[in-house]
Design a binder for this molecule. Structure first.
Ligand SMILES: CC(=O)N[C@H]1[C@@H](OP(=O)(O)OP(=O)(O)OC[C@H]2O[C@@H](n3ccc(=O)[nH]c3=O)[C@H](O)[C@@H]2O)O[C@H](CO)[C@@H](O)[C@@H]1O[C@H](C)C(=O)N[C@@H](C)C(=O)N[C@@H](CCC(=O)O)C(=O)O
Ligand code: ATP
Length: 482
């Protein structure tokens, strides 16, 4: 076991760990199958340490025959293992990854190198590692393959849609927008909490329409983190992407629809490519769609329904949903008892600001169960959410422009400025010159981001839901009663 101590500087630890552990092996994928569940165990080893083992439990069609021997099922599994490997690789950043459990072509190896590099941009930045993509990691495969297409021969195919739901406002808006579709809709939950089940109940999804996967990380990772291995954020949405397309394939569904907005393209640190939300960006969506079509299945499409919209537009749509929805959603990622909003993190503050553009303060507070906009200890956080020269918080938050637009709307629509929350008043006093006029806010509310992969009929539906400039302006002129 690892008993040595590591230097306190992450850069020195990085150099030491890479030298001591130059290789990582993706060793195996093992299956165990029951009537309605597929258990998959991935083994990764960083010699001379014992292997890391990560376990996934995925649903499969009830009463179906055994699937784990099917080549396309094994291919999806192999790929889920590759994306899972990121969590373990980041601990020591071995410069070589030996892929033994499956085969990769040279083009695939390059694709994975890009994901390991760009997807860990926040990790690199926060640990002070400035390493180019080529130096970052090399994938080595014993038997490189040159297979143009591995056809998916799913047992059956339907026009069904799978929607991954995390429980925040974005996936709720997606579910709402999809309600009028003819195709059957299914939900995908990874390690769900109570709020995800409440969402299923609210939208009337019976258990058979909810596919649940469970993932258990190897506790050795946490042990090594405590001993000084490198740690940081991983591209979590990429893990969800590989898991959800596999579940879609197992159940013969044709679309996986995620809820990533235009704003996810914005870098977290101004002037760099460091992006906390890389795996929610349009770059990743495009790369993943190509990879899916070429190497996993040409029969499944993966796209974000909310890509043409910004955070302000999504929150605007959300604010028109029945208030019951406001009571069940939770965007805060902090671990709290009973899955409440922590009220202390940048995400809580950000969502409070966004809601304040469209809903009165008592409603915002009732939804969140806390009042971050009146918490003076968050004054610096509001600066990082709004001021262009500062880094944004490392969370899924909108752009500085969207946040300032929401604060401006809250101020313009206030019936009594003395009743504005403390941080809004302070912002107005300190940064009045950065506030937006209603016309500028209406431009954001009526905008359409052209880079998206919505099929034509989905695009037409979303366009119908996008307010015109005049409609947006009219709504912004309505005061919000305190
Ligand atoms: C819940 C959460 O936000 N966790 C992030 C947090 O980890 P924490 O130390 O608070 O505890 P655990 O999540 O229990 O993790 C224990 C250790 O295991 C490592 N780990 C965890 C999950 C994983 O997939 N890989 C891992 O290696 C982790 O490093 C811990 O040491 O801080 C971590 C470091 O910054 C984050 O990596 C944890 O984030 C999870 C991966 C996670 O599930 N996060 C999503 C809620 C999330 O961040 N979603 C993004 C979406 C954007 C994206 O795709 O990147 C978001 O909402 O911003
Ligand atoms: N545990 C999970 N299981 C399934 N899908 C998830 C899970 N966590 C996140 N997602 C999906 O990943 C995407 C990003 O999640 P994220 O939490 O950022 O957004 P959200 O929950 O939809 O809204 P918000 O921005 O308010 O948090 C969404 O498509 C979401 O549904």
């Amino acid at each position: 076991m690892v008993t040595e101590t590591y230097p306190s500087s992450p850069l020195e630890r990085f150099a030491r760990l890479r030298k001591r552990f130059p290789q990582m092996h993706y060793e195996s994928v093992e299956f165990e199958e029951s009537q309605n569940e597929l258990k998959v165990q991935f083994s990764f080893r960083i010699p001379p340490l014992p292997p890391f083992r990560t376990l996934w439990r995925l649903p499969k069609p009830p009463g179906g025959s055994s699937v784990h021997h099917l080549p396309w099922v094994r291919n999806f599994a192999f790929h889920l293992g590759l994306v899972e490997m990121i969590s373990y690789w980041k601990g020591a950043c071995p410069p070589w990854i030996h892929v033994i459990a499956g085969e990769l072509s040279i083009a695939q190896a390059l694709w994975w190198r890009k994901l390991f590099h760009r997807g860990l941009s926040e990790f690199s930045y926060r640990n002070g590692l400035a390493v180019g993509e080529e130096e970052w990691v090399q994938f080595v495969c014993e038997k490189p393959r040159d297979l143009a297409l591995l056809p998916w021969e799913g047992s059956r195919r339907s026009a069904g849609i799978l929607v991954p739901v995390g429980g925040g406002k974005d996936s709720l808006v997606t579910l709402h927008l999809l309600q009028s579709r003819q195709e059957p809709i299914y939900l995908f939950f990874l390690n769900p909490g109570k709020r995800q089940w409440k969402i299923a109940e609210y939208f009337g999804f019976p258990k058979e329409r909810v596919f649940v996967a469970h993932r258990t990380l190897d506790p050795l990772l946490v042990e090594l983190n405590a001993k000084g291995w490198l740690n940081g954020h991983i591209p979590f949405s990429a893990v969800l992407a590989f898991a959800s397309v596999w579940v879609a394939a197992l159940f013969g569904l044709s679309h996986v629809i995620v809820s990533h907005e235009a704003s996810a393209d914005c870098s977290t640190v101004p002037g760099t490519e460091v992006n906390h939300q890389y795996s929610k960006s349009s770059t990743f969506e495009q790369d993943f769609r190509q990879y899916l079509a070429q190497w996993l299945s040409p029969h499944i499409t993966y796209f974000s329904l909310l890509r043409p919209w910004n955070e302000l537009q999504i929150t605007h749509q959300f604010s028109h949903l029945p208030s019951k929805v406001g009571e069940i959603f939770r965007s805060c990622n902090a671990r709290t008892p009973d899955e409440t909003w922590c009220g202390q993190c940048p995400k809580c503050l950000f969502v409070h600001i966004m809601l304040s553009a469209f809903l009165p303060q008592p409603t915002c507070r009732a939804f969140l169960g806390c009042d971050p906009l009146n918490d003076v200890s968050l004054a610096k956080v509001i600066d990082s959410l709004t001021l262009s020269d500062l880094a944004s918080p490392f969370e899924c938050v909108g752009t500085k422009e969207e946040t300032r637009a929401a604060l401006s709307a809250c101020i313009h629509r206030s019936a009594n400025p003395a009743h504005l929350p403390l941080l809004v008043r302070r912002f107005a006093e300190d940064h009045r010159e950065t506030l937006f006029c209603p016309e500028k806010i209406a431009v954001l509310l009526s905008s359409w981001h052209p880079v998206h992969w919505l099929p034509k009929d989905f695009e037409a539906n979303l366009k119908l839901r996008t307010p015109s400039f005049e409609e947006a302006l009219e709504e912004l002129r309505l005061p919000l009663n305190a």
